[in-house]
Design a protein around this ligand. Structure first.
Ligand SMILES: [Zn+2]
Length: 222
């Protein structure tokens, strides 16, 4: 898939050396800087008994009508698989120097149900993970499985989202994750229900595991 040579945000033409975004949009990207905060607002979203999260970071803040939302929307709905991969790589390059990925053994994309995968043709979370892996050298695993298809989350509150999501994910071959530091990868974190469901599935099936997560975007909590 070839990504068009226009800025994903403002749609101006990209010049030599620019990738995904023009320099102005990249400079003005509303970065969360969560990778610098050891206990940040993302940790709060997945706070639950028995679920310990080491590191949590999101590249930028996301609001539905913000022009930066185009990045996530295009990666997901406009078939721009390459965009997801490139964004993962750019973010990883930005924060790798902070030590955020140090000691992480495996990147685990939040899984997509196989029916949805067939419809979309790719899992954007996997491509983001592969983009991160291309910079950091960390392997991308396939141990998370979306065993059930869950209903759309759009009109649900946090509690309903949690109920809707908690049984969706299972871990394949949990023994492979024993003793590892795994970092979950997704495109967006909203309430945290999806991420919490994945973390819970891992901590329920693996005895000795350290978990972290990273996303491209974070919405205001809601
Ligand atoms: Zn731009």
């Amino acid at each position: 898939m070839i990504y068009p040579h226009v800025c994903a945000v403002c749609h101006d033409s990209l010049v030599e050396g620019e990738q995904v975004m023009c320099l102005r949009c990249l400079t003005e990207l509303p970065r969360t800087m969560t990778h610098t905060l050891t206990n940040n607002t993302l940790h709060e979203r997945v706070a639950a008994p028995g679920v310990a999260v080491d590191r949590a970071a999101a590249w930028f803040n996301y609001a539905r009508h913000n022009e930066y939302a185009r990045i996530i929307h295009d990666a997901k709905y406009h078939g721009m698989a390459n965009l997801a991969h490139q964004c993962g790589a750019i973010y990883a390059r930005e924060i790798a120097g902070s030590g955020f990925f140090d000691g992480v053994d495996l990147l685990l994309p939040v899984a997509m149900h196989r029916q949805k995968l067939r419809e979309r043709g790719y899992n954007q979370a996997r491509l983001i993970a592969e983009g991160i892996g291309s910079v950091t050298g960390i392997a991308v695993g396939d141990n998370l499985i979306a065993a059930k298809k869950h209903a759309t989350q759009t009109r649900k509150n946090s509690w309903q989202r949690w109920i809707n999501t908690r049984d969706v994910y299972t871990v394949a071959r949990p023994i492979e994750l024993e003793g590892l530091h795994v970092m979950l990868v997704d495109d967006v974190i909203t309430t945290g229900a999806t991420m919490l469901a994945c973390l819970t599935a891992i901590h329920h099936s693996v005895h000795n595991v350290t978990t972290s997560f990273v996303t491209l975007a974070a919405t205001a909590r809601g």
